[in-house]
Design a protein around this ligand. Sequence first.
Ligand SMILES: Nc1nc2c(ncn2[C@@H]2O[C@H](COP(=O)(O)OP(=O)(O)OP(=O)(O)O)[C@@H](O)[C@H]2O)c(=O)[nH]1
Ligand SMILES: [Mg+2]
Length: 238
Amino acid sequence: MSPGLRVSIVIPAYNESATIADVVDDFRASPLVEEVIVVDNRSSDGTGDIARAHGARVVREENPGYGFACRRGFDEARGDVIVLTEADGSFRALDLPKLLAYIDAAPLVLGTRTTCQMVQQGANMGFVVRWANVAMAKILEALWYFPHEPRLTDVGCTYRAVRRETWAALRTGCREPGPAFSPEMICEAYRQRLRVVEIPIHYFRRMGGESKHSKGFWKLARTALKMFRTICRKRFLS
Ligand SMILES: Nc1nc2c(ncn2[C@@H]2O[C@H](COP(=O)(O)OP(=O)(O)OP(=O)(O)O)[C@@H](O)[C@H]2O)c(=O)[nH]1
Ligand SMILES: [Mg+2]
């Protein structure tokens, strides 16, 4: 990363009081990080207060949903580079230097959670979830093969870095309220012919609290279907 670039961390959070303190501490301790923003999405368990007490800037988003929270966080960030991560401890600051190493080469750098060797035992990335993500990524690759020839193995990884001016260009094309926001942002970058690279990052088990998108087969299937619909819509309708 070019020297002098400021980095903002954005953390969407919905009822993550069990884990938010550790996550904020972890990212605030990184010398690379200028600010940590927690987007509290109407939590009822004090997530926002805990995050504030640990030094995060907390903004409250009243529209419920992961996509709304991510958009709000990106809009609030003041850094030159914005890094999106989760409030449950499944991503760690130790991988930050790797994401930032590529930000000069590509304005959108995605993490991938499907590198088996980097997935902690017990993390929610077993065989089925891993291959569902890979399969969806291959569909996305095929749909955008010309002219981009993308190389992707994950469509739903929250951990990603984007330049602030790139977010400004992407934002009108990123309107999904829920988890389909993740692939939507990737597709929008391809639509605008931006360079996107993907790198392996560690994926840890949730440190506590409850899964919002991936608890049980049916919830997972619903999320996957929404993502698939979004990828097709972005390719053929917008
Ligand atoms: N603001 C907001 N954040 C959400 C919402 N749903 C999930 N999140 C946050 O988005 C991140 C991803 O949600 P998770 O529940 O971890 O979903 P997941 O990563 O698919 O599932 P896990 O296996 O439990 O990690 C977490 O930081 C959540 O707190 C929501 O409706 N609003
Ligand atoms: Mg998670």
